[in-house]
Write a new protein. Sequence first.
Length: 308
Amino acid sequence: MNASDHYAIGTAGVPWGPAEKSAWLAMQAAKRSYSGLVESRITKLGERFDADCYAQLDYPAGQYTLYALSTKDWNPDLPNILITGGVHGYETSGVMGALVFLEQAFERYASAFNFLVLPCISPWAFETINRWNPDAIDPNRSFVDDSPAGESRAVVHYLKQRGLAFTAHFDLHETTDTDNTEFRPALAARDAKAQDHWDIPDGFYTVADSSRPAPEFQEAIINAVAKVTHIAPSIDGRIIGEALQQTGVICYDGIGLGLCMGVTDAPFVTTTEVYPDSPLVTEQDCIAAQVAAVTGGLNYLLESNAHR
C-alpha cells in the first residue's frame, strides 16, 4: 500500500484546489500553546540575548510573532553560527533543543562564536502539531526568494537584512511515525501523486547538503549524539531511501529543494533528525540529542580550527 491510498479530503487523482485546502484547514485545531511553551521562554532568554521580532504572521487562527535570539555582545571578529528549529512545527525537540542550547550550553561557546537562533520558525504548525502551514504549504520546501510560505519568506528576508556570513548552520528536525500515518498521505492527496511509505529510522541521523557534505563535521555530530541516544541503522545501505554516506548520514540537495539548510552559504551545514517515537527514548532524550548535535559540531569546529 502506498501513502496515497486513503485520505479524508479530496478526490483520488485530482490535486487539491482552494476548497480542499480550506477543508483541510478547518480540520486543524490548536493542541498546545506557542505563547506558553515557546514565547515565555524566549521572553526570559531576552534578558541574556538580543531578542528580535523579525516578522508577524496573520492567520485565521490569530497573529503569530516570529523571534530571533542573538549574541548580545556581537563580536565581528568571531565566526557566526545559525541555529534553526521548528521549521516543521510538529517536530518538537527541534524547538526545545534550540531553546535548551541557549539556556544551558551557550556559555561554553560564547567566547568563540556569535550565535543567531530562530527557535520556532512555524508557530501555527507548532500549536496544531503540523508539518504544513495554514495554506497547506511545507515551509521546508519553500526557502526561496518570493517564497509562497510566509514562514520561509520571513526567514529569507530577515537573513538578507542581517547580511551575515555564517560558518555553520544547524537545522533541528525530527522524523516521526506521523510522516507515514498523516503527512505523506496528505501530500499524496494534495498533489495527486503517489507517495510510498518511508522506512522510519529508529534512531538519530543527519542530512548533509550534497553541495558541501563536510563529512568530518557530520561524523563529529554523530559521535557526540551517540553518547546520548542511538544512531539510526541503515536498511540496505539507505536511510529514508537515500544512500548512506557514512554511519548515520545521508545527503540532500539543500539549495535545489528549497530546504532550510540551504538558506545560507555556510560551509558546515547539517539537518538533524531525531526519532521521538522510538521505545528507546524519552522526550528529554530527544532534546538532549539536539543539544549534543550542536555542541558536537561546535567542538569539531574548535578542535579542527575549521572555523577560522
